[in-house]
Design a protein around this ligand. Structure first.
Ligand SMILES: [Zn+2]
Length: 258
């Protein structure tokens, strides 16, 4: 995928890694802003009306980190796909270990690979909207732009899946805004954060990815991996080691809360 190649993409991912801290620090502020007194303006004219379906369930606009699997569960989240090379390999490792995960997809990639989106859904995994262009500076852009990025991807993913809607919205690099969180929530997509960045995107080596995850598990249950944006064999290998280890240690696998 051309837009994911080269330094621009890598640079954005570094920014994303740095952004994790900001997301964690800002969550409570944003939570406060998300209250009913926040004076929420309506969605950008046109954008929401164009995409509004009658059956949407509104969820909380707060950024979710917890697991619905209880205290000793982790949430495996897989971002930036689907990708014809790596998504099938990730699906296979998950299947071998009986683990369900959440796939945060880029709209045009879902559109290009509907077979993969349907495989993800058929295997019992959940879908998450990861926007159209993976713009990690979208929090600095207009509401109309944010709306287009989120709602067009929602539509592309839903069409590719055969009608199964994304249940979460994860901003690229954690670039949420109060507006984007409310918009996503009003479309039934719970804003989704993460607690543990495997840093698999930097390809530090399989053992380092495993060690990073194990070392940061105390941060919280939601773990970030990638199945696209470059060569992801280290991610696949790390999952192959980590999933059985986590199970042996008594962890179960859940979905992020909605
Ligand atoms: Zn991403």
């Amino acid at each position: 995928m051309a837009r994911h190649n080269g330094r621009g993409w890598y640079g954005r991912m570094i920014a994303a890694a740095v952004g994790v801290t900001a997301v964690a620090a800002a969550t409570s502020v944003w939570t406060a802003q998300a209250g009913p007194s926040s004076g929420g303006t309506a969605a950008a004219p046109g954008a929401s009306a164009r995409h509004t379906a009658p059956t949407k369930v509104t969820v909380s606009p707060d950024i979710a980190h917890a697991s619905d699997g209880g205290e000793h569960a982790v949430n495996i989240t897989i971002d930036d796909g689907p990708d014809p090379v790596w998504t099938p390999q990730v699906l296979q490792v998950l299947r071998e270990n009986g683990v369900k995960a959440t796939f945060c997809m880029i709209g045009p990639q879902a559109q290009a690979h509907p077979d993969l989106v349907r495989q993800v859904v058929a295997a019992g995994h959940r879908l998450c909207d990861h926007t159209v262009s993976h713009d990690t500076t979208m929090d600095k852009k207009s509401e109309a732009y944010q709306s287009q990025q989120i709602l067009d991807a929602e539509q592309q993913i839903t069409k590719a899946s055969g009608g199964v809607r994304p249940m979460y919205y994860r901003a690229p690099g954690g670039a949420f805004t109060p507006y984007s969180r409310r918009l996503a929530a009003s479309h039934g997509m719970r804003p989704l954060g993460w607690n543990v960045d495997s840093k698999d995107f930097e390809r530090p080596g399989t053992r380092t990815i495993v060690a990073t995850v194990r070392g940061e598990l105390s941060n919280g249950p939601t773990i970030l991996f990638h199945d696209a944006g470059g060569e992801r064999s280290q991610t696949v290998a790390a999952l192959r080691i980590l999933l059985p280890q986590l199970k042996q240690q008594g962890y179960s696998f859940g979905f992020p809360v909605r």
